[in-house]
Design a protein. Sequence first.
Length: 210
Amino acid sequence: MNLIFLGAPGAGKGTQAENVSEKYNLPAVSTGNMLREAVKNGTEAGLKAKSYMDAGDLVPDEVVIGILKDRIALDDAKKGFILDGFPRTVEQAEALERMGVTIDKVVNIHVSDQRIIDRMSGRRVCADCGASYHIEYKPTSAEGVCDLCKGSVVLRDDDKPETVLARLKTYHEKTAPLIEFYESRGKLRTVEGQIEINDTTRLTFEALEK
């Protein structure tokens, strides 16, 4: 089963992708994490991506697609995968189809802009392993320390309020049209994001069973 998770930045699609990954034993492929890893390692693709990510803009298609093609070719993705953060434009969705990748279902996590701004200002990410936390909804056991690898947990530049506003503007202009794109193909499942993560997870599982 090949899945895509859609939603504005901070809507919680990454968390739900992880939950679905665990239940169905599918790798959750986060292009955001892959790009940040490329930036951290100073790869050619990472250097190209960095200036766009810092400004809250979309990374050029050729950079993202190149990284993604390498990832879904790995053995753990042979029986299916979950894409989190790709595609972000209709052009990327069309490129995915040209790659011969069949998508079975697309889950759209819907959350209002104001709730996203409030939520992302509290988000923290491990600088070493990329694990996500939130100071209110998913705090670390020890303040500022990752539960998984004991690395430093930080506020990413792209979670700062001014960058969040820029990312939301980009999302509505370039990514939201994907909702209609996949709805027209009969693959869209919309889930209303709830205050409690477990409630959203329940609705997500229900949507996948339809």
